[in-house]
Design a protein around this ligand. Structure first.
Ligand code: GLC
Length: 455
């Protein structure tokens, strides 16, 4: 008897726990799914990190890493003049790469605003360029048919009322020093500033599709949802932009609707991320070379195959990829980033059917050797991405009876479903396996894709 009672009680408790999860609004799960449908479908976006840090060109955290004061950092503001800025060109590059949305840093941790905010003088309109660069981005990207995202840094290393914390350039060594440095700083004032600026961003630029707030770091000398008044901030944003999709860095994870998607950064998730036992929407953000802002001397650029794998692997686990560019202080996209985007675009032109609208393969489809699977539930097609091109025989483990037709995606050329060729294979192949006969020559595609039309 006891053996049965315990699991039942546990289930009830867990059910009650899930039921009792806090909420800020009253959107249903189905409504959330519909609100996020375009994003889940599109899978691939461009992150753009641009600010004063493009001038030192050695990481967007340079002010922090080198512990610069506002005065020392001022020279970048005085010289900021991206005379070649042409967001229509950026939009074109994003589009050609197959990206469907973009997220631009309207303000990064340094505190500098690319937009014309009425709550600060620390903005692009007061630099030599003298223009609202956010407005131009919105107009150009929207005109190109891309969805519009804003990144806004919760952290602010310039605002006089923002308290010094453990990730601040002027961070202290002792509690006493923190007290001394923060004397006279008032987070209440900063909170109002932050809210005012987010309201401007949510009001002055038309429909905004994504908001990326960055970031909370609870704990000693840290900042959490109380510092940002995250609950009120989120409510305001949802009210001003009802369709918007918001990331998960407001420190509101305890609310079921305190965030829309999770944001694994610069690493690969081992599997589809879950929260409270449920698979959740996710987007990994990744750089070409390590830093987010333009970094002239960085040499660790990922190659085309690595970048494509980031995208395909994300989709294979039900997620999105937000791939970053760090434009220069002239307003251009560095040649290495341009080349990378173009190579991705070359692949996407012929293979995007395995990305858009796709997700993790249904259970029951085992991943063949050296490959990644994606699946389109609407067309019922399965995509096998060949990471290491096989020699003629390719085994689909346990696929017998499940496949109607096989072809290469890039040229729609038929791939024969045949008995394996070669004596040993015949002996070893499992009765439920299916064998494809591939051409000896690897097609001229970085990662060839087999499209399987399923029964
Ligand atoms: C981190 C970094 C920041 C970057 C962001 C992108 O929070 O502080 O520089 O903008 O990640 O996800």
């Amino acid at each position: 008897m006891k053996k049965i009672v315990l699991p039942v009680v546990l289930c009830l408790l867990m059910g009650a726990g899930a039921f009792a999860q806090k909420r800020l609004g009253n959107e249903t799960g189905q409504q959330k799914k519909e609100r996020m449908a375009w994003w889940t479908h599109d899978r691939f976006g461009m992150f753009i990190h641009w600010g004063l840090y493009a001038l030192p060109a050695r990481h967007e955290w340079v002010k922090n890493y080198e512990r610069m004061t506002n005065e020392q950092y001022q020279k970048y503001f005085d010289l900021f003049n991206p005379d070649l800025y042409n967001p229509a060109e950026w939009a074109k590059m994003a589009k050609n790469a197959g990206m469907k949305y973009a997220v631009l840093t309207t303000k990064h941790h340094e505190g500098f605003c690319l937009f014309d905010s009425k709550y600060t003088d620390y903005k692009a309109t007061n630099t030599p360029i003298g223009r609202d660069l956010v407005k131009e981005y919105v107009d150009a990207f929207r005109a190109a048919g891309l969805k519009i995202g804003f990144y806004y840094s919760l952290i602010d290393w310039h605002h006089p009322d923002y308290t010094i914390d453990r990730v601040h350039p002027q961070r202290a060594a002792t509690d006493e020093e923190y007290d001394r440095l923060n004397h006279g700083r008032d987070m209440n004032v900063y909170r109002t500033y932050l809210k005012n600026q987010v309201r401007e961003l949510m009001t002055n630029y038309g429909k905004i599709d994504i908001l990326w707030l960055d970031y909370s770091f609870p704990g000693k000398h840290g900042k959490d949802h109380n510092d940002w008044d995250s609950e009120a901030l989120l409510k305001m944003v949802r009210q001003l932009q009802p369709g918007i999709i918001i990331n998960d860095r407001l420190d509101l994870k305890e609310y079921e609707d305190g965030w829309d998607f999770t944001t694994p950064e610069q690493f690969k998730v081992p599997e589809w991320p879950t929260w409270n036992g449920k698979k959740i929407p996710w987007e990994t953000c990744q750089t070409f070379s390590g830093s987010w802002g333009y970094y002239r001397d960085e040499m660790s650029w990922k190659n085309t195959k690595q970048l494509l794998v980031l995208l395909i692997e994300s989709v294979s686990k039900g997620g999105n990829l937000l791939l970053n560019v760090g434009p220069t202080a002239r307003g251009t996209i560095d040649y290495r980033a341009q080349n990378a985007l173009a190579s991705i675009g070359k692949w996407m032109k012929y293979n995007n059917r395995s990305i858009y609208g796709c997700t993790q393969a249904p259970e029951g489809f085992k991943t063949p050797a050296n490959s990644l699977l994606t699946y389109n539930p609407v067309t019922n097609r399965l995509y096998v991405h060949l990471l290491d091109y096989p020699l003629t025989n390719f085994t689909l483990p346990g696929y017998k009876g499940k496949v109607k037709y096989a072809q290469f995606l890039h040229d729609a050329s038929e791939i024969a479903i045949t008995a394996p060729h070669g004596y040993w294979l015949k002996m070893e192949q499992n009765k439920n396996d299916l064998n494809l006969r591939l051409p000896v020559l690897k097609p001229p595609v970085e990662i060839p894709v087999i499209e399987l039309i399923l029964n």
